[in-house]
Design a protein around this ligand. Structure first.
Ligand code: KIV
Ligand code: ZN
Length: 516
């Protein structure tokens, strides 16, 4: 990194990102994402909201025990029970932070909290002091700061800094702000608050008007030294500021920013794929930095220009964010060492020799069906494997699906449930429908299928299909994933993966923070 001041990157994919309807993640999935963020050298990882549920508490605890190089943060309302739960979850963290918040806008204070401004200040100060009993690293957020009065923000921030908060976060909770105005708010706060030099000022923007990144960058230009963001811009409603866009804007335009991050940007594409695979939220092809077309030149004039001199049409190098030049990596004859070293290059850690051997066997199976194996195939292979490793009570044993013109498609399915095999045949509108009817007749999950999507992982008709399903039961939403060169099998795997997650007590309902 340059000699410029550090811009702290606070990733909240596992907390605010997870508040995106349907994006809930299991504890193991959160650990995998947290590891990838650590590898990317993210400074602070907000791992969850421990009071929200037992599952959230366990996830924050597990991430705090696993990740060593990034600070792990837990969210807490300005309430004793929330802060105690966060303190408990973070006990074993190498470096832990409690992030406590209370709303400060007139509408939130009057209508939601039903508290006077004086009571809100008193509660905030109390909360920060209480959090300090657990750690010196306490962040305070003024929820809905974007619609709060500047005099009140100055008053509450000064008080919580005196109480021991070392990070002051200014969230545009409802994505209402416009960049020049939000930049001015940040500047005024830092100038007017007498003890502002005792804390790092932070920004947290939502994307309701499509301005989350622009507002965050305006705040950075005006003194913010921490940005809260998520991979792929995942988050409540229209999402949060996208980490990859913030980091690359600051890195690419060092002429206008007086700070920089120390992230390893070559990990960005891997993190993006991992989050997309796990949550089932695809990345649009024209998404900045991580979309499949972000570095693709279609027009002849552009192609000609880039071939003559890259900088004619490219402001960043694809390889600097983790796109690989030659994406054809392995084939049928590749050995175990080549497989292992490619996984390492992709930042995929399998944890044990046994896990590597198992993944290699799956790779060989895939290579028999598919001539060329790409990085994306390896990612899917490992995600598929990760998906299977949750308490997997239901397993696909065999599937035979038939579709023929003029005939009703049907599927013969055998699955094992808790080690006991069961078989059934079913008909349906198509082979996937027949397969799902057969599986459902055996597992009797009673879940509603809220989403079914198939994406080709690479190009060509021999590409693997990656299927995501979203299942809902009793208010709980889970995502199931499956990948295979046969999309009916991929579909079956995805449905079974979703059912296993519904059976897994570690998974949990979508966190309800609306009453906060
Ligand atoms: O958007 C928001 O206000 C939040 C806070 C809890 C920081 O997510
Ligand atoms: Zn938020």
């Amino acid at each position: 990194m340059s000699s410029k001041q550090q811009l702290i990157i606070f990733d909240t994919t596992l907390r605010d990102g997870e508040q995106s309807p349907g994006a809930s993640m299991t504890r193991d999935e959160k650990i995998r994402i947290a590891r990838a963020l650590e590898k990317m050298r993210v400074d602070v990882i907000e791992a969850g909201f421990p009071i929200a549920s037992q599952g959230d508490f366990e996830s924050v605890k597990a991430v705090a025990e696993t990740v060593k190089d990034s600070t792990i943060c837990g969210l807490a309302r300005a309430l004793e029970k929330d802060i105690d739960r966060a303190g408990e979850a973070l006990k074993k963290a190498n470096s832990g932070r409690i992030h406590t918040f209370i709303a400060t806008s007139p509408v939130h204070m009057e209508r939601k909290l039903r508290m006077s401004p004086d009571q809100v200040v008193e509660q905030a100060v109390w909360a920060v002091k209480h959090a300090r009993k657990y750690t010196d690293n306490v962040e305070f957020s003024a929820e809905d700061a974007g619609r709060s009065e500047i005099d009140f923000l100055c008053r509450i921030f000064e008080a919580v800094i005196d109480a021991g908060a070392s990070t002051i976060n200014v969230p545009d909770t409802v994505g209402y702000n416009i960049p020049h105005q939000f930049g001015k708010t940040m500047k005024t706060l830092i100038e007017r608050i007498p003890n502002s030099d005792k804390a790092v000022f932070s920004v947290h923007c939502h994307n309701d008007l499509g301005l989350a990144v622009a507002n965050s960058l305006a705040a950075v230009r005006n003194g913010a030294r921490q940005v809260e963001c998520t991979i792929n811009g995942l988050g409540e409603r229209a999402g949060n500021a996208a980490l990859e866009e913030i980091v690359m804007a600051v890195r690419t335009r060092q002429d206008v920013f007086d700070c920089d991050t120390h992230l390893d940007t070559t990990q960005i594409v891997n993190c993006s794929r991992l989050v997309s695979n796990i949550t089932g939220f695809p990345v649009q092809p024209n998404k900045a930095i991580v979309g499949a077309n972000a570095f693709a030149h279609e027009s002849g004039i552009h192609q000609d220009g880039v071939l003559k001199h890259r900088e004619t049409y490219e402001i960043m190098r694809a390889e600097d964010v983790g796109w690989t030049q030659n994406r054809m990596v392995l084939g049928k004859h590749s050995g175990r060492n080549a497989f292992r070293s490619r996984l390492q290059e992709l930042g995929i850690e399998l944890g044990s020799e046994e896990a590597l051997n198992e993944a290699f066997a799956r790779f060989k199976d895939l290579a028999d069906k598919k001539h060329e194996i790409f990085d994306e195939d390896l990612q899917a292979l490992v995600t598929d494997k990760g998906a299977e490793s949750i308490n997997e009570r239901i397993k696909l044993v065999s599937l035979r699906a038939v579709s023929e013109t003029g005939e009703m498609p049907n599927a013969d399915v055998t699955i094992s449930i808790d080690g006991e095999e069961h078989s059934i045949s079913a008909e349906g509108g198509g082979p996937v429908d027949a397969t799902y009817k057969a599986i459902e007749a055996l597992v009797n999950s009673g879940a509603d299928l809220k989403l079914y999507s198939v994406n080709n992982i690479t190009s060509g008709t021999d590409a693997q299909g990656e299927v995501t399903v979203r299942l809902e039961k009793g208010g709980r939403l889970v995502n199931g994933q499956g990948a295979d060169t046969d999309i009916v099998i991929a579909s079956a795997k995805a449905y079974i993966n979703g059912c296993n997650k519904l059976l897994d007590s570690g998974a949990r309902a979508h966190p309800q923070t609306a009453d906060v």
